[in-house]
Design a protein around this ligand. Sequence first.
Ligand code: DC
Length: 226
Amino acid sequence: MSNATPITIAIDGYSSTGKSTIARSLAQHFGYVYIDTGAMYRAVSLYFLRNNIDLHDEKAVGEALEEITLEFKIIDGQQIIHLNEEAVEKYIRDQKINSVVSPVAKISAVRRQMVAQQRAMSKGKSVVMDGRDIGTVVFPDADLKFFMTSDIDVRVKRRFDELESKGVETTLREVEKNLLERDRIDSTRADSPLKQAEDAMMIDNTKLTREEQVEIMISMVEKYNK
Ligand code: DC
């Protein structure tokens, strides 16, 4: 049941901690809008890759950003990211994007544009938003903040299974290397690094099933809404 006053729920955490699955379930349960901010950085990365944009060329990056329109459209009840009107979900989860997205997300001009769009998309709505800087930068005054973590082995296995189910050939070692490298870049960048907001609740889901975790978070939202 949604509240009369819009509520903002921020979910941050490391790569492959299951943030988006949980955020989606939570949004669905309460009828809130789900915004996958990682998909936005991934779509920008896809545009940069397709157009051979040099990430160190500020002018080229700025001009490319002006050419990019991102939008979530609801298709079969799911929020699907569109890059300049094209549904790009099927292109943004592969290893090529995985290896370029953190360097792209380091660029301040990219972050400024994404943060402005994320705030605009949420205006007047109850939202669950997941990412790396939601509770710290995008919505420092979010009603509820969660910071998700889990052991690296669990995250690697989760990501590996996901890629395998999509027919992507990889190894556990390769997946681990990419996850650790993304975590390193995401948490050490100068502009809005990944970190737990002081008022965020830490959820370590290493030993929790998805259902157990969703249950815990639903009860926290219900408590807040009372
Ligand atoms: O959540 P994800 O794995 O789809 O995110 C992809 C990358 O985008 C991640 O490595 C860091 C970046 N990102 C970010 O910097 N800020 C966000 N709010 C969301 C994602």
